[in-house]
Design a protein around this ligand. Structure first.
Ligand SMILES: N[C@@H](CCC(=O)N[C@@H](CS)C(=O)NCC(=O)O)C(=O)O
Length: 225
């Protein structure tokens, strides 16, 4: 089978698809596009105008990362989701929860004021606290890396970068999350899901905004000079 992933260098939904492709040892090609200047062929292919897309054998085009990941899981040996319906449903709900966390992350780095930023930091903290009690370790559900892990790795990757740029207490006193985070970010598929200049590219992307986080980062880098 022939697979092509239509992608963007920073997109966390793309990352979960790449992690799945790598975990399942699937050969694929990747085409990154500029989301601020979407090519006409992309607009025609993508019903929601979003990445990722997975082209399959030049016949089908799949959209929505959760659908792409589940499809890849089904057509390759091994399972990244549990076998039993209730366990599978449980994993799918925490995958959905991960997508809401990603919306919070986007609102957090786009927040215009300190008050909005603090409110979003609180919401993120609440979200991570809820997860803290669920992690079996070393991965979400135990010894095996699964699809839930592929979803949370890109979320944690944001904070790996943010923590080098600003002071953050979001992950204080969350031992299970911190252990899970470290385990995920050291995994080959997770590391290989972004390019080597990811941190610099994300920093530039944030700093080009007029957001409170961008101001914090710039202030910190000025005081370091
Ligand atoms: N629910 C979608 C979300 C994908 C998504 O939001 N992708 C973003 C980039 S991270 C996108 O393509 N946005 C379109 C745009 O920026 O115009 C999925 O899971 O695939």
């Amino acid at each position: 089978m022939k697979f092509e992933l239509v992608a963007h260098t920073l997109c966390p939904y793309v990352q979960r698809s790449v992690i799945t492709l790598l975990e399942k040892n699937v050969a694929y090609t990747r085409t990154d596009i500029d989301l601020s200047n979407k090519p006409m062929w992309f607009k025609r292919l993508s019903p929601l105008g979003k990445v990722p897309l997975l082209k399959v054998n030049d016949d089908d085009v799949l959209f929505e990362s959760a659908v792409i990941c589940e499809y890849l899981d089904e057509v390759t040996p091994g399972n990244l989701l549990p076998e039993h319906a209730i366990d599978k449903a449980r994993h799918r709900q925490w995958i959905e929860y991960g997508s809401s966390m990603l919306n919070l992350v986007a609102n957090y780095y786009n927040a215009a004021s300190e008050a909005e930023f603090n409110q979003l930091s609180g919401a993120l903290r609440d979200g991570f606290e809820r997860l803290e009690t669920l992690i079996v370790g070393p991965y979400f559900a135990g010894e095996c890396f699964g699809m839930v892990d592929a979803v949370y790795a890109p979320i944690f990757r944001y904070f790996d970068v943010f923590e080098t740029l600003t002071e953050s207490h979001l992950f204080d006193r969350l031992p299970n999350i911190n252990q899970w985070r470290a385990q995920l970010l050291a995994r080959h598929s997770v590391m290989a899901a972004v390019k080597q200049n990811y941190a610099a590219e994300l920093t530039d992307f944030i700093c080009a905004k007029n957001s409170y986080l961008a101001q914090l980062i710039k202030l910190r880098s000025e005081t370091r000079l």
